[in-house]
Design a binder for this molecule. Sequence first.
Ligand code: 5AD
Ligand code: SF4
Length: 487
Amino acid sequence: MTASPLEAVRTYEVRTYGCQMNVHDSERLSGMLEQAGYLPVAEGDNPDVLVFNTCAVRENADNKLYGNLSHLVPVKARHPGMQIAVGGCLAQKDQAEILRRAPNVDVVFGTHNLGSLPVLLERARIEHEAQVEIRDSLVDFPSVLPAKREAAYAAWVSVSVGCNNSCTYCIVPSLRGGERDRRPGDILAEVGMLVQQGVLEITLLGQNVNAYGVEFGDRQAFSRLLRACGTVEGLERVRFTSPHPHDFTDDVIAAMAETDNVMPQLHMPLQSGSDAILRAMRRSYRQDRYLGLLDKVRAAIPDAAITTDIIVGFPGETEEDFEQTMHVVREARFAGAYTFIYSPRPGTPAATMPDQVPYDVKHARYRRLVDVANAIVWEENTARIGSTVEVLVALGEGRKDAARDRVSGRGPDNRLVHVAIDPSHPLPRPGDVVTAEITQAAPYHLIADRVLHVRRTRAGDASEVPAAPATGSGVSLGMPAIRVGSA
Ligand code: 5AD
Ligand code: SF4
């Protein structure tokens, strides 16, 4: 379905909300639209097709989406032929309700049928009628769809979609369905192809990567996959997200420790430090298991930077429960913590539990937690001063440091590092690797102003070729910062 030469080429923009799974899916949406003949819209212009890839995990996501859509009413009126498509988790949740609340939407598609987008757009255009297509189960693994990646040096590779757990606060299983695993051969073939294209870093992606293999009955499938990634020539960095503390087995720790290109970094969602709350969340590990896991990981991988997700104010959470979470945060010394105020998601068991915590209480606890967690992160960052890191330079990551003659990227442990541009070395490009000494620490980043070496890579070369329509997809990617969908 390529645009005919007589037709003006139509432009598109994809706006992405939520987790990495959506970022991954948006790369497929962009890839498919380009294959269908659309071009990315120039910055500042209105696209002919605007796609919202939505998230339902956050509170108010719906209101924000409907607000955005209503702002587009006059834009669409001024722009004949403009089409608006809504996909992702909110679309899966609200389905045709989206059209009732936002009649200017042309296409609604779900998390299980991304591949239908170009056809639905075309059908809506020809039939002058909005199209809604939501499926209950996966049509195609998104991985088989064409992708348009923002960065030449890093890529997401999905190992599974969906989740078989039923954490009581979480809406993901009802929107993404049960777990479906990709075959290891398919995953490794994709990894190999990406590395051939110059990719240096891959992040294996799944709602619960440690459960990987349940579908084909191999309990050690994930550790085998990590080890197999270790044999891929040219693949420098392997990460994964997210594991679940329940399924995080010793074979995975051993594979991490013994596979050179698996990075010393782990994002391990805690959610709560209280055993009673973990039980109410239907999370099957307890505080001592969680802390014990971190001990094992650190014994095997001494430099591991461990980050987490925490929910504050789950129904029934008492001051004592909250103190248990604070206790774990103090013990665990996380290198980063994503903290969330519990927000009821309609349709989840926790939403109707008694003893919902009043907003003021949730908020006050949240502030206390953030203060303690941030202070620890800063202390841990400060302890890195004087050490040497290899920074994989990213596309426009972090704050605007260009004016200060620095580029930004991630160290092996995934910490954000701003590194000096030193005229006595080659100018580092996105995808190149700079070895430098850390000279300063801040709460959310490190500064490395003593440059020892700049290694030019194939990914760096690729970033110099004016990336054919590389902007305008609306997905700002850079290096995958560890934000997690779930687990
Ligand atoms: N309320 C608050 N936070 C939530 N998360 C998931 N569901 C909710 C909810 N209902 C958080 C979890 C998860 C992260 C992606 O979002 O911490 O790991
Ligand atoms: Fe699954 Fe993660 Fe949601 Fe729990 S929080 S149900 S593990 S996606």
